[in-house]
Write a protein that binds this ligand. Structure first.
Ligand code: HGY
Ligand code: MN
Ligand code: MN
Ligand code: MN
Length: 412
């Protein structure tokens, strides 16, 4: 059974995507299923119901990663795993992560429907907390699986309401699961929407992802002294706002240094947040990215030097910076990525090599085992946005490429 000989059921895949989108649906047409919430769990249960209909074996680990197995002829070999995530941003889209998980299910069901026995088992993995919105860092579940983060550290992480990952894992019963990392994975595939404009702008349907950007996340605080907005003369205030203006300019200057650089302030909070109280504290997050590790280091150095200069100039304000995450540049497996190109070409799908600007669970996996990441376009390059959209044709195209690569790997 070669590439292109079998195709997925695109109508079933689309029907599943739309059914999943009804869970945590937002008024704006997006999805709200923050990790380890009732909505996230409801989405997982819907997915597991579909897996149960096929009799697939299901296990989970103590950080809530879910492993679904379609047995092969030789189940002692390490499996091919096909994965992604079902958690979303607060006002996320219907396809980010979800397409990868449901396309993986579609691949398994297509193997069943065509009575194809693979040699090695083929697993689906649903990773916990890829988004890193409610709890940082992002790609948390895959990071614990790969030994990048300890379960203890992760369990102690708090959300903005003071709830811990550990309490939420206990609440859903995941703490009874396997020790993270116990489920061996031999090779890994992931399908994801591109979350940027490159494929759509070039009229390409399949992105063969060669690598991923290096990423650094920071929490930055500017501490002054809150006071009444009226009586105190401006010169006598310890107002962090003027410093914030210079921090914002610094972050954006760092991101504008070259075409491939990215810098983002995603969260910005002034406390206590009352119209007639001059804020005493401002907290913000900074996300720096670059496809080259050396350039990210230079961006980081420029950012930190700028903060040092600012602290020297603004003696009345205390500036504190904490790095919360660093994901180095990642490269994907040549042979698997070549198989992605061959599948696309064989199916007459325009394909191009791309670098991933977004982080994915495949980043952790690529450092552990041979891995490949496949992109399909998303309309207007929009993601982490309720208007996020990929077409049924593109969703099916991506799933068919996953199927072809899975056949090549698992039936070898
Ligand atoms: O931050 C990221 O790139 C990913 O969406 N978690
Ligand atoms: Mn994602
Ligand atoms: Mn995302
Ligand atoms: Mn992501």
């Amino acid at each position: 059974m070669g590439m292109g000989d079998v195709s997925i059921n695109s109508e079933r895949l689309w029907r599943r995507l739309m059914a999943m989108a009804e869970i945590g649906a937002t008024p704006g047409g997006g999805s709200h299923r923050l990790t380890l919430t009732d909505e996230d769990e409801a989405g997982r249960q819907l997915f597991l119901g579909w897996c149960a209909e096929r009799g697939y074996d299901v296990q989970y680990d103590q950080v809530g990663n879910i492993f679904v197995r379609r047995a092969g002829g030789n189940n002692n070999t390490q499996p091919l795993a096909i994965g992604s995530h079902l958690d979303t941003q607060p006002r996320g889209g219907r396809f980010d992560g979800i397409l990868g998980v449901l396309a993986a299910l579609e691949v398994l069901e297509t193997l069943d429907d065509n009575e194809i026995e693979t040699d090695m088992p083929v697993d689906i993995v649903v990773w916990t907390n890829e988004e890193g919105s409610r709890f940082q860092p992002a790609m948390m579940g895959s990071g614990v699986h790969c030994g990048v983060h300890s379960l203890e550290m992760v369990r102690s992480t708090l959300d903005d309401k003071g709830l811990s990952v550990g309490a939420e894992l206990d609440r859903f019963g995941y703490s009874q699961g396997l020790v993270p990392g116990a489920r061996a994975i031999g090779q890994y595939l992931e399908l994801h929407i591109e979350q940027g404009p490159v494929l759509e702008d070039s009229g390409t349907v399949i992105g063969a992802v060669k690598g991923g950007q290096a990423i650094r996340w920071y929490e930055l605080s500017l501490q002054g002294q809150e006071t009444h907005a009226g009586p105190v003369p401006m010169a006598q205030r310890r107002d962090p706002m003027p410093a914030l203006a210079r921090v914002i300019d610094l972050v954006y200057q760092v991101g504008l240094q070259d075409e491939a650089a990215r810098s983002t302030i995603g969260v910005l909070t002034a406390r206590p947040g009352s119209i007639n109280v001059m804020p005493g504290r401002i907290d913000l997050t900074v996300d720096l990215r670059h496809p080259l590790e050396t350039r990210l280091k230079e961006m980081d150095a420029a950012f930190q030097a700028g903060l040092d200069d600012l602290q020297a100039a603004e003696r009345k304000i205390a500036i504190s910076l904490e790095e919360i995450w660093h994901s180095p540049v990642v490269l994907f497996d040549h042979a698997l990525t070549e198989a992605v190109r061959q599948s696309a070409t064989g199916r007459g799908l325009p394909v191009q090599d791309v670098i991933s600007g977004a982080g994915h669970d495949a980043f952790h996996m690529a450092r552990a085992v041979p891995s490949a990441l496949v992109f399909v376009p998303c309309r207007d390059g929009l993601s982490h946005n309720e208007a996020e959209y990929t077409s049924p044709e593109h969703a099916a195209a991506g799933a068919n490429v996953l199927l072809d690569v899975a056949l090549r790997v698992a039936c070898a």
